[in-house]
Ligand binder design. Sequence first.
Ligand SMILES: Cc1cc2nc3c(=O)[nH]c(=O)nc-3n(C[C@H](O)[C@H](O)[C@H](O)COP(=O)(O)OP(=O)(O)OC[C@H]3O[C@@H](n4cnc5c(N)ncnc54)[C@H](O)[C@@H]3O)c2cc1C
Ligand SMILES: Cc1cc2nc3c(=O)[nH]c(=O)nc-3n(C[C@H](O)[C@H](O)[C@H](O)COP(=O)(O)O)c2cc1C
Length: 763
Amino acid sequence: MRIACLGGGPAGLYFAISMKLRDPRHEVDVFERNRADDTFGWGVVFSDQTVENLMANDPVSGAAIRDEFAHWDDIDVHIHDETIRSSGHGFIGIGRKRLLAILQERARELGVALHFEHEASPRLEDWSGYDLVIAADGANSRIREAYAEHFGIDVQVRRNRFFWFGTTKAFEAFTFAFEETEAGWVWAHAYRFDAGLSTFIVEMAPETWSRLGLDRMDQDAAIALCERIFASYLDGHPLVSNARHLPGPQAWLRFRRIVCDRWSYRNLILLGDAAHTAHFSIGSGTKLALEDAIKLAEVLNRPGLSREAALEEYQAERNLEVLKLQNSARNSTEWFETLDRYLGFEPIQFAYSLLTRSQRVSHENLRLRDKGWLEGVERWFQSKAAGTPVNDPAPPMFAPFRLRSMRLDNRVVVSPMATYSASDGIPNDFHLVHYGTRAQGGAGLLYTEMTCVSAEGRISPGCPGLYAPEHVAAWKRVVDFVHANSRARFCLQLGHSGPKGSTKVGWEGYDVPLESGNWPVMAASDVPWSPANQVPRPMTRADMDLVVEQFVAAVRMGEEAGFDMVELHAAHGYLLSSFITPLTNRRTDDYGGSLENRLRFPLEVFRAMRAAWPGEKPMSVRISANDWMGEAGVTPDEAVRIGRAFADAGADLIDVSAGQTWADSRPVYGRMFQTPFSDQVRNEGGVATIAVGNIYEPDHVNSILAAGRADLVALARPHLVDPMWTLRAAAARNYRGVHVPPPYLGGMAQLARNLAREAEMRA
Ligand SMILES: Cc1cc2nc3c(=O)[nH]c(=O)nc-3n(C[C@H](O)[C@H](O)[C@H](O)COP(=O)(O)OP(=O)(O)OC[C@H]3O[C@@H](n4cnc5c(N)ncnc54)[C@H](O)[C@@H]3O)c2cc1C
Ligand SMILES: Cc1cc2nc3c(=O)[nH]c(=O)nc-3n(C[C@H](O)[C@H](O)[C@H](O)COP(=O)(O)O)c2cc1C
């Protein structure tokens, strides 16, 4: 094949090498606009895994690269005049210039024709003599832009400004240095890639950049300013720019995140940064470019594979890897963009939050990297929770938590889950066994399902209520069992179904109206949940008064039944949620329009409940922190204000759920997918939170808690099939502090032994 590679960066060169290795008969030309030895940027970092991939593909260049690597294990985080050092991170750095020189030499050796100072044409007709044209011309690919409509390109320009400097100061550890200036916070990502050279990327929010005058400053002045800010790290070494051709302000870049739906068009194939980019803070762009090159060469040379099939496989396989990394990169980018949230953390938690920012590194990963450091974090967490120094490290999930006079043994919550098993609102033996078992399973806090404040406020005929004396007695039996047979505290979730009421029990069809016997439903406005559901009656002031009374009566009954805590359900499209989301609240009176108005009635209900509930007992509110409908619905930014408003009205905790407020919304599911909203509500709103949503491993729970993304962590579906989830998690770590019902002690000891033996065998 005759192949033209447009661009002689890592992607273009390595693809050329990989093609020649597989079939020396290929004719490959690489066209690079720069000279052989001038390049932007300084060093790049890899993981050990990437090096293994390179060695497997081409041991010659792989070994040359490996021999030049600067290795380091430590990460130093400098914040608030403290340095937090953790180890075991295993990074490898190499100068971009050196990497390119090795690749150029190897390409020449294999017979690749390299053409430097050659501006490649972005017109396919100029490449008609070639079978394949490879767009390896980087993030700003001209040829990709020329055929943009065929690639489905999505470019997101991120907000922070950064400058990729080099310095002769050799950093011993990968260094994150955060410095406060009079204009705001400025930070550096620095790492050594050569005996006497380091990369030093300076980053800041755009407001800080303008306030510092960098939007008007030439490069010499900008460098002098950055050298002053980071003087205590640079030890007199200069910062050096190799973007001298740009006017000062333009050398400060904004990261462009690029995603392409399709990676080829006719015989033009996108490779490396031309196809996708990943934020520099996770250091994976070069790795992706090299691994793309390997894969593309492999499929193009596989016998019997047509070009179409080869390109399909190339994109399918690489895209998966790229999406995973872009996801992590997005988390990491956002962490730096929302840095203000974490600046109030103590340095050790700030460092933990930084290290786990991409969600690729978890609590247990950190234990593998640096056990001593992680145990220090665990001791710190336990000491903070206990209010007194604790010497034994224990997983954060087993730290106690206090809300008013209620003390929880640990941070695991059995999330509210409708069981649709009551009749006439009365909980029965099913509830006794269901809640009793889950209470005995070790979680610190157990929730009831949504318990309804009136018969019409039920979702289905199977929902329990608290609106009649028989309900109190039946709930009291369950509460008494929980208190007598476990250490779990029991929270009553109270709600009114509003527009989503009068439907079948869950397993007969979620939100599907009853076949017969429907009761009328009401909501903020006459917006039905779906075309199949009833059109609700917009609530009148008299309706509101009645509902407030019903919530207050239910709270009093909850106290009589002996519950430890009450949660107001203001999420998931039910009555109060129908007021909060603008999608369903179309009112033009004092209860519609602005967020303040939309919150007026839910806050009125909450305040009345708070006044009726004993002052020493805590209350929470469940909210949908994202309607997943963009600016048309509640956004996470608005959720911060919603959480804050309930906290100001006396809520001790915000239970941060999301969605289920609009039938056509498109949630972005994934592991821990709602946790970012808890993080935002907690750390921007200054209120304690529960995180919930596809959290299923103890490692998730510990990572969320230690990083300060929530105060408590709720699991719903995992508890349906495994009521003993918390006991199992304790056994896995051989943690003895959890309360085990005495009849089950033998089982717990055996489980701990077996799990320890299995872990040993795996190790
Ligand atoms: C600040 C910063 C820090 C980074 N840190 C890391 C890191 O630590 N680790 C990591 O793995 N990655 C890092 N990256 C990303 C990394 O630089 C890229 O992902 C990687 O270089 C992609 O390789 P590529 O060959 O696809 O593109 P590029 O390296 O951009 O190469 C494209 C080449 O094409 C040439 N070119 C462009 N247009 C034309 C044309 N019309 N004609 C001829 N030639 C042309 C360019 O001159 C260039 O040489 C970082 C990026 C930035 C911006
Ligand atoms: C069967 C079932 C019933 C639920 N019922 C309620 C409920 O009554 N009240 C509530 O606030 N959330 C309810 N939820 C939502 C859960 O509390 C939780 O937020 C959601 O399932 C995500 O957590 P998970 O991924 O751990 O399951 C229910 C979820 C399930 C699966």
